[in-house]
Design a protein around this ligand. Structure first.
Ligand code: SF4
Length: 375
């Protein structure tokens, strides 16, 4: 459990489940190899055809795997996104040797850009690595990101955290007075597998104990259709759980509809990293909270974030009476198409550096009224 997280919209995070089965920020292996094939076929690389990247990775992984004396639980002889990422250097070198330097560089770039999820990056660095079989694996993580793993007891531990109702937050004054806000599932997507429903039901009971009811639990998923079904199973989410999903571009806007169908007292939308202008297609009916943010990361790997996109969403929220929270401007913010840089280079999350029209960090009315009778 991460205490005092730097994430601007919560106090802590908790992960009853670590790992994830992927999304647009962590591509499936077949999507990555197909993209490599398409790029190298377009480049007219001699001898490259559909399926070549998969075959090369498959052979390379098998070769590396066979050298491991005693494979661990996370050493897997299969084309997985984790293996692709760990072997990207060797793969690109082979491609460069046999098909030219440009082909190798393109393949390497495609792989790097296929992986943007922060939780996945931490797992890649801390979990099993087929290329470094003797590397010490960090406790508390899934063996590899795709091996979604339950961690019983974490919700209970989080529920025992001290009560923050009425308390100031020195580094996050916009949260002053609110109950403790606990972000559920920042190190994976707990709703990756429906098989975990029974486990999650048990874990969720800790949000409804005397301890757990003191806090607000903000549960984020990229699988709102699974969250909707889970909500049905438990007879609707209790009023101290905010059901949330993420939209990164127009192509994932359908998640909002699924979230709307989730039986919850309060619903939140995270538009981070935002890769396209969505305001004109965003229906906020039934949505109580919108978080907006540009993409973090190395400059070459992130998309620009025109702050006009954030301002348009802010206007929409104003018009529809929805709480709006600007989390960060990301690594490449632009205004009037002009790029500008901030001291907080990687994330652009220090609002003291922003123009005043951007400095808005609100929470849903339900957060403010929850337990207010106790004050
Ligand atoms: S943890 Fe979230 S961002 Fe990362 S791959 Fe899973 S769904 Fe995507």
């Amino acid at each position: 459990m991460a205490e005092d997280t730097i994430i601007q919209w919560c106090d802590d995070t908790v992960n009853p489940i670590m790992g994830c089965s992927g999304c647009e920020l962590f591509r499936k292996p077949r999507q990555i190899t197909t993209k490599i094939d398409q790029a190298l076929i377009k480049l007219k690389v001699k001898g490259w055809e559909r399926g070549t990247a998969w075959k090369l990775f498959s052979d390379l992984i098998d070769e590396v795997f066979q050298k491991i004396d005693t494979p661990g639980i996370g050493h897997i002889n299969a084309v997985t996104t984790t293996n692709i990422f760990h072997l990207k250097g060797e793969f690109s070198e082979r491609v460069a040797r046999n098909h030219g330097g440009d082909a190798g560089a393109i393949a390497q770039r495609i792989i790097k850009r296929s992986l943007k999820c922060y939780a996945a990056k931490l797992h890649l660095n801390r979990g099993y690595n087929i290329q470094k079989p003797n590397r010490k694996v960090k406790k508390g993580y899934a063996p590899t990101f795709e091996q979604v793993t339950q961690f019983p007891g974490r919700m209970e531990q989080a529920a025992r955290k001290s009560d923050l109702l009425g308390q100031p937050r020195s580094s996050k004054p916009w949260m002053n007075g609110l109950p403790r806000l606990i972000f559920v599932s920042d190190m994976g997507d707990a709703l990756s597998h429906r098989d975990d429903f029974a486990f999650l039901c048990n874990e969720l009971e800790h949000t409804q104990t005397e301890n757990g009811k003191r806090h607000l639990w903000l549960w984020l998923t990229k699988r709102p259709e699974v969250m909707r079904d889970f909500g049905r199973r438990i007879g609707g989410f209790p009023d101290n759980i905010c059901a949330m999903t993420t939209v990164t571009s127009r192509s994932t806007l359908s998640r909002v509809e699924m979230l709307r169908k989730t039986d919850a007292h309060v619903r939140g939308l995270s538009l981070e990293p935002l890769w396209s202008d969505v305001a004109d297609q965003l229906d906020l009916t039934g949505i109580d909270w919108v978080i907006v943010g540009g993409e973090s990361g190395a400059k070459d790997d992130v998309a620009a974030f025109p702050i006009e996109w954030a301002l348009d969403v802010q206007t929409l929220c104003r018009e529809q009476g929805v709480a709006y929270f600007c989390k960060q401007l990301g690594r490449c913010p632009t205004r009037n198409s002009e790029e500008f840089s901030l001291q907080d280079l990687l994330h652009g999350g220090d609002w003291d550096e922003w123009d005043s029209d951007l400095r808005v960090r609100e929470f849903p009315e339900q957060f403010h009224t929850y337990r207010q009778s106790e004050i």
